[in-house]
Design a protein around this ligand. Structure first.
Ligand SMILES: Cc1ncc(COP(=O)(O)O)c(C=O)c1O
Length: 362
């Protein structure tokens, strides 16, 4: 390994965080959301570590097949269902669960029955749009969709019902309560398993607790709520993005640092160069002042983020040496704090870590 940038993934912390979901919603089964390469943490190592998961949720057939080919036996849910009818053969073969959120998917399931003599029924989660207006059947269309699924030989009976919360990260928003109430009004009296809660629902909205939870970001140690960090919810960070100091420069007052010379040294000072940049997924728009940990001490980023490097103000660390360890986020520096400084969210930080950054599993 020539470059020092690496993402250290703490699988024990991951398992701890799943236990937090079980503890917060003890009646429910939990399907960890491990799409987008487990939010950048590594699809397979994460799935293999979570032996206590009741199932997994992913975004594509390709992700699901990686799990099945590695021998993962738990149910695997495709959160957007299938995109083309020709995926259905593999979905049946590999016993994948699918979300059905659109009439075109109903048509495809019905025509599958007409095309095949023997149909292996699939587990369907009928998605209801209770107010997010992204995926799902409108409230008034749910009865009809339910009737079609109930009559379809390609579907295991009864289907499940699910919805997704748009604003559960914000306790001040009244929309979450409205969404939960709308969902409970759907198909009264119908016996079906239900799923509402993402991480924010599991940790903060009791009314969203149902038969199955779908925790994502909390598993990776991040609080789903505004103005909090995972520590506030007794979550442990899973990814620590690390690198080293690769140079220390003695700069004079007036020296401009990095591309564009946007940051100018106010006095004689040491400026450290860290071997990480936007080519590794560190956010290019992180402004001067974004915290970075050098030898466990918080120092501010200075100048623009380059592809392979960033610079930091070492005035607070006179003993720093080339080769000293740097944490960009994770252990000791919450990803939420860096994300806020950079005007983004921890989800995006994690998903942006590029393939050239080796993941080290501990
Ligand atoms: C349908 C669905 N359920 C659950 C989740 C998990 O959400 P979170 O990571 O906020 O827990 C997601 C994530 O985007 C999702 O799309």
């Amino acid at each position: 390994m020539s470059r020092a940038a690496r993402a250290v993934i703490d699988l024990d912390a991951l398992r701890h965080n799943l236990q937090r979901a079980h503890a917060a919603d003890p009646e429910a089964r939990q399907f960890p959301v491990i799409k987008a390469d487990a939010y950048g943490h590594g699809l397979l190592p994460v799935a293999q570590a979570l032996t206590d998961a009741d199932g997994f949720a992913v975004a594509s057939l390709e992700e699901a097949l990686v799990l099945r080919e590695a021998g993962i036996q738990q149910p695997v849910l495709l959160l957007e269902g299938f995109f083309h009818a020709d995926e259905l053969v593999k979905i049946q073969q590999h016993r994948l669960d699918i979300v059905v959120h659109h009439a075109a998917q109903l048509d495809a399931l019905e025509s599958l029955v007409r095309q095949q003599d023997i149909v292996k029924p699939v587990n369907v989660w009928l998605k209801v749009d209770t107010g997010m207006h992204r995926l799902g059947f409108a409230m008034e269309a749910v009865s009809d969709a339910w009737a079609r699924l109930s009559a379809c030989d390609a579907v295991n009976q009864p289907p499940r019902l699910m919805t997704h919360l748009a604003c559960a990260d914000d306790f001040q928003s009244s929309r979450t309560q409205q969404q939960i109430e709308s969902f409970h009004r759907v198909l009264p009296g119908v016996q079906a398993e239900r799923s509402i809660a993402n991480s924010a629902g599991i940790l903060g909205w009791l009314g969203s607790h149902a038969d199955i939870g779908r925790p994502g970001i909390m598993l990776y140690g991040v609080s789903p709520f505004l103005n909090e960090t995972g520590v506030d919810r007794r979550l442990r960070p899973v990814m620590t993005l690390r690198s080293d100091l690769i140079a220390i420069n003695a700069c004079q007052a007036g020296d401009a640092v990095g591309y564009g010379g946007s940051w100018v040294c106010p006095e004689t000072m040491s400026v450290g160069v860290v071997g990480i940049g936007y080519g590794d997924g560190y956010p290019r728009h992180a402004p001067a002042g974004t915290p970075v940990l050098v030898n466990g001490v918080e120092v501010p980023l200075v100048g623009r983020v380059s592809m392979d490097m960033i610079s930091v103000d070492l005035r607070g660390l006179p003993d720093a040496q080339v080769g000293d360890g740097v944490v960009l986020w994770g252990e000791g520096l919450p990803a939420e704090t860096v994300a806020r400084a950079a005007g983004t969210i921890a989800y995006e930080l994690f998903c942006s870590v590029t393939a050239r950054v080796p993941r080290q599993y501990v």
